[in-house]
Design a protein around this ligand. Structure first.
Ligand code: KG4
Ligand code: ZN
Length: 347
């Protein structure tokens, strides 16, 4: 099965081709990505209307690029997967429209994939793929969740953020520090030169009995600290960045370990943009090594949004016998808000 995947939920247009056999980990045949970061930078964040228009401009050339990489023609594609949600409605509609039109023309199925399922399964494309079952720590710009994952489509939510996502906390703190958009990677870079113990920032819900997170208060604490420093902030930015990163990472590590303990599972999968964070990886690796827990990450390039994870999620669903529900062509829809549990498979 040769699947084309299209991701357009936010500010990256991602396209990829994945080849799947009935069994075994699907193989990536080609991937191309266009990031809109440079375009949105002037506005300090993603402008939805500009994002949609740019997806329109990029998606077809990117599809041609991946077909060429794989040395196949469009007519060899056997299913077209696209991100159906969650994400920006207009941006999602571009990928959905192109995917459904292509699928109709090729007379192959169009497959609306859940963006978070893509993130969650993305470590299967790494050199060290996990085995089921595992605990997944999903940390992106819009979501922070701990899931128990028994298999493809078998997900149980263990805990999630009650306000901001971890990526959002990075981005908002970065804004306070004047680092602009996208804030997470910039804050992480600055933090490398700072002292993580310089400022005592709150670790919200660190010792709560549940597996939930809360990051909204952290942003306020960073803002208060920045105001207190006034002009001195210029010299202390790296310290404040390092202290912020340490606070976010400590909570993520603590709750991930608690989820492992509660489920009795000995495998952790980390996915989503914040999974690219070096400090998080170091801390998780060290903590899990002490407990004999294996940790799996996606390749760095597949941590943030990409088309490969969308094609992969469809491929892995096909392998377990799931097939997209046929929609009355030519209708299609997107789901800007879409809980992951809604795509659970029976059994
Ligand atoms: O998964 P993703 O690409 O998009 C969403 O689905 O949201 O995640 C983007 C988020 C942003 O908040 C970004 O700041 C954060 O991931 N991020 C990072 C790093 N790289 C990306 N946060 C901290 N450290 C990083 N190295
Ligand atoms: Zn994402």
């Amino acid at each position: 099965m040769l699947l084309l995947g299209i991701e357009s939920s936010c500010d990256e247009t991602g396209v990829a081709l994945v080849q799947a056999q009935a069994q075994g980990v699907p193989r990536l045949r080609g991937a191309a990505l266009h990031s809109q970061v440079a375009m949105h930078r002037d506005y300090g964040g993603v402008v939805p209307e500009l994002a949609s228009r740019d997806h329109i401009r990029r998606v077809l050339p990117l599809i041609e690029d991946v077909l060429q990489q794989a040395g196949v023609t469009l007519h060899e594609v056997q299913a077209v997967a696209y991100t159906r949600g969650p994400g920006l409605a207009g941006a999602l509609l571009v990928g959905a429209g192109v995917a459904c039109a292509l699928a109709a023309a090729l007379q192959v199925p169009a497959w609306g994939v859940h963006h978070l399922e893509g993130h969650l399964l993305s470590p299967f494309l790494s050199a060290d793929p996990p085995d089921f079952p595992f605990v997944a720590l999903l940390v992106s710009g819009g979501h922070t969740q701990l899931m128990r994952v028994e298999g493809v489509g078998r997900y149980t939510l263990l805990g999630e953020t009650i306000d901001d996502a971890a990526g959002e906390a990075f981005d908002k703190a970065a804004k306070v520090l004047g680092l602009g958009y996208p804030g997470g990677p910039a804050l992480a870079r600055l933090a490398e030169q700072g002292d993580a113990a310089a400022f005592a920032l709150p670790r919200p819900l660190l010792h709560s009995a549940d597996l939930d997170f809360s990051f909204a208060g952290l942003k306020t604490a960073v803002l208060t600290q920045a105001r207190r420093l006034g002009e001195a902030l210029a010299q202390r930015r790296a310290d404040l960045a390092a202290s912020t990163q340490a606070a976010i990472v400590e909570v993520l590590v603590h709750k991930a370990l608690a989820a492992l303990q509660r489920t009795g599972l000995r495998r952790l999968v980390v996915a989503g943009g914040v999974g690219a964070n070096r400090h998080l990886r170091q801390q998780l690796d060290a903590a899990c090594a002490r407990r004999g827990v294996r940790v799996h990450y996606p390749e760095l390039a597949l941590c943030t949004d990409n088309g490969a994870m969308i094609a992969l999620a469809a491929a892995m669903r096909w392998q377990v016998g799931a097939w997209p529900p046929s929609s009355p062509w030519p209708a299609f829809d997107v789901k800007p808000r879409w809980p992951l549990e809604e795509v659970a498979l029976a059994g």
